[in-house]
Design a protein around this ligand. Structure first.
Ligand SMILES: [Zn+2]
Length: 321
């Protein structure tokens, strides 16, 4: 069916920018283009800019060479219809039938999925999880998202809510989360949590280099500052990274017990802290996982391209069935 069709179009629609790419079936991005979303409240305008970007990128490409388009979207996607139900940063895009719009614009088959879910698929096909059949992926940055691959297939759930791994409760009396629940992994182990944990202790009077050069404005503290101070040996920052990493590890242990993955892959901005984060995660996994379970916790390999490459992987899998 797809013989001779070696090209895939990929799109990554985030809260602040969109990126389009043309890839081959080995996951090599042959062409790419990125543009900020200047008017998030006007979906039609951004969709028009995307159409222009597609036309320019594909001007000399025979559409018969294209298998389809995969789109990684930062939002909740209805799996069957490819409708964007809701997105925290693109509120005006509520109920936009993305699959139908892009199929009309591009005249190729289109598949749409949540970006963190797709990053799991991308890491499994092209990144840190190459060849694994069962894999759990977590992206730890401002929030925590994730994806689960079981027997080579992505778990999306009946209505697209599958694998909301950041909203697993790990402390039933914990702080309130943006999702309405309390004590979620996201509110105890994300970048936002790292900054908050540091600020709470500095506000109590504990000394830390994190507070230097802020003129007393603790709202400027970021997870990156805390990680940098920890790397330089700052005791409070190291303790905060250890607390967040331990919390993350507790979540990872539950995911290991639920899914029995070969690999847990951790990406996102906070994963750049390296051993400061992975150290406590691996310690908790070693201490608390059932004996006889074998699993590795590894850093993601695809960086910012995980959504695009996950979208490519989705098209390759959908068209090879
Ligand atoms: Zn939550």
């Amino acid at each position: 069916m797809s013989q001779g069709k070696n090209l895939v179009i990929a799109l990554d629609l985030g809260g602040t920018q969109f990126r389009v790419a043309l890839a081959n079936d080995r996951g090599e991005l042959l062409r790419r283009y990125a543009e900020p979303i200047n008017s998030p409240d006007e979906p039609q305008r951004t969709l028009g800019r995307m159409r222009d970007a597609f036309n320019e990128m594909l001007a000399d490409i025979d559409r018969a060479e294209v298998r389809g388009m995969g789109a990684a979207v930062a939002g909740l996607i209805k799996p069957s219809s490819g409708v964007l139900l809701t997105s925290p940063n693109l509120l005006a895009w509520y109920n936009t039938p993305l699959k139908d719009i892009w199929e009309r614009d591009l005249q190729v088959p289109v598949w749409v999925c949540n970006d963190a879910n797709l990053a799991a698929l991308g890491e499994r096909r092209f990144g840190a999880g190459k060849g694994a059949s069962d894999l759990v992926y977590l992206t730890v940055s401002t929030g925590i998202g994730g994806g689960v691959v079981i027997g080579g297939s992505l778990l999306v759930g009946s209505a697209g809510f599958g694998a909301e791994l950041g909203h697993m409760t790990i402390d039933l009396n914990g702080p309130k989360c943006n999702c309405g629940n309390v004590g979620c992994l996201e509110v105890l182990a994300s970048g936002t949590a790292i900054a908050r944990l540091a600020v709470e202790r500095i506000a109590r009077g504990d000394a830390s280099a994190v507070a230097d050069h802020l003129d007393g404005d603790l709202s400027k503290v970021t997870a990156e500052m805390v990680a940098q101070a920890a790397a330089s040996g700052d005791a409070l920052a190291r303790e905060v990274m250890d607390v967040a990493g331990t919390n993350l590890g507790v979540g990872v242990v539950s995911l290991i017990h639920i899914f029995n993955p070969e690999l847990v892959v951790i990406g996102g901005g906070c994963s750049k802290a390296g051993d400061l984060l992975f150290g406590p995660v691996r310690r908790v996994v070693a201490e608390r996982t059932m004996p006889d379970i074998e699993v590795s916790v590894v850093p993601a390999a695809l960086g910012d391209d995980s959504g695009l490459l996950g979208a490519v992987a989705m098209v390759l899998e959908e068209t090879s069935r």
